[in-house]
Ligand binder design. Structure first.
Ligand SMILES: [Zn+2]
Ligand SMILES: [Zn+2]
Length: 359
């Protein structure tokens, strides 16, 4: 098996890229269009037992001074340095889109991918709409800013489904009051309430890469599972991709916690219907989980305004954008004054009306 697979046009040898608009592979040089799966994908022998991260880099031809693996570009022969997570990238010398096959083989092969659905072309418009209703922006902020280079990256996720079952114990109270002469007597009875839990969970995503901010990724959700396609290297053409660097078992723990929390709060809300002062006092839940290793499409870019930089991420399937909004101190101060003025005006008006009515 070759270490490097290049996404190359069979007709002219030009670099191929996956086109989100058509969902096909396109050669920008000669215009040839390929269906996904039409070009042959090198079939990996399952040589990688388990996934020993250290062992992986040993498969590369050599290492650079910092210990990063070096690959040789098949097209131009240049040495390409990849981080240990990168599995798809563009050769900086000849522009060919390459996949590091050992990182998508055997146990490292993703189960599926949500291909990019929106193109990078629409991002300026998405950004413009994001800023449209932000009130505290510095004047002319958008026009004075510059969008830095956009990277489309497939971010690895563990997506968990499974069944949660068990029994939870709550303590609850029921109170009743009655009057007896000058006293009000309250009787409180305490109950131990058991609740059986049996819940199915489907497609709970947990970001499997330590290289992207968790909170940023959480806010990009949801990703629609209806677009998951069986993995094919060709979806990666023209984009970068990272393989997971957080083990499935560690992330399963996080998924379990999320499932436990939502099951517990659901059970608690049911108990609260009948009792007051409800408290969880015991119980045990067991999760039976299955994980899929999926790649989700994300655009990352920075917006530069003067010396400031603002980071953005866009869901490459839905166009949902998350990022920071600068607030102009002068503008927000004015905004505060206007609001304070309105409040003061309203208070004065009330006094005035009261005064008039009182006369
Ligand atoms: Zn071509
Ligand atoms: Zn090259």
């Amino acid at each position: 098996m070759d270490q490097v697979h290049e996404q190359k046009c069979a007709a002219c040898g030009g670099p191929l890229r996956f086109d989100p608009e058509t969902g096909k592979l396109v050669c920008d040089y000669c215009g040839t269009v390929y269906e996904i799966g039409e070009q042959e994908e090198p079939q990996a022998e399952d040589t990688l037992e388990g996934y020993d991260f250290d062992q992986l880099s040993a498969h590369a031809a050599a290492e650079n001074a910092e210990g990063l693996p070096i690959y040789n570009c098949v097209s131009c022969g240049a040495e390409v340095i990849a981080s240990s997570q990168e599995m798809a990238l563009t050769c900086p010398y000849c522009g060919n889109n390459i996949v590091l096959t050992e990182k998508v083989s055997g146990n490292l092969r993703p189960d599926g991918v949500i291909p990019f659905k929106i193109t990078a072309k629409v991002l300026p418009q998405v950004l413009k709409e994001f800023y449209r209703d932000k009130k505290l922006l510095p004047k002319n902020f958008f026009n004075d800013s510059r969008m830095e280079k956009v990277t489309g990256v497939y971010v690895p996720f563990w997506v968990f489904s499974g069944h949660l079952s068990g029994r939870l114990q709550f303590k609850g109270e029921k109170s009743s009051s009655r009057r007896s002469g000058d006293y009000i007597i309250t009787d409180t009875k305490h109950y131990l309430v058991g609740r059986d839990v049996s819940m199915d969970f489907k497609d709970l995503p947990v970001d499997a890469s330590g290289r992207v901010e968790d909170e940023l990724m959480d806010s990009l959700e949801p990703f629609g599972m209806e677009d998951v396609k069986p993995f094919d290297m060709q979806y990666l053409a023209g984009f970068t991709a990272d393989r997971f660097d957080r083990a499935r078992e560690d992330m399963a723990e996080r998924a379990r916690t999320r499932m436990n929390n939502s099951a517990t709060s659901l059970a608690r809300s049911q108990v609260t219907n009948d009792f007051s002062g409800v408290r969880l006092v015991g119980g045990k839940l067991q999760a039976d989980l299955k994980a899929r290793y999926l790649l989700f499409p994300v655009y990352l870019f920075k917006l530069k305004h003067g010396k400031q930089q603002y980071s953005f991420a866009v869901n490459g399937q839905t166009g949902k954008i998350v990022g920071s909004v600068p607030t102009d101190k002068k503008v927000s101060w004015q905004y505060f004054l206007i609001r304070a003025g309105i409040c003061l005006g309203a208070v004065l008006l009330i006094f005035f009306v009261k005064y008039m009515l009182g006369r």
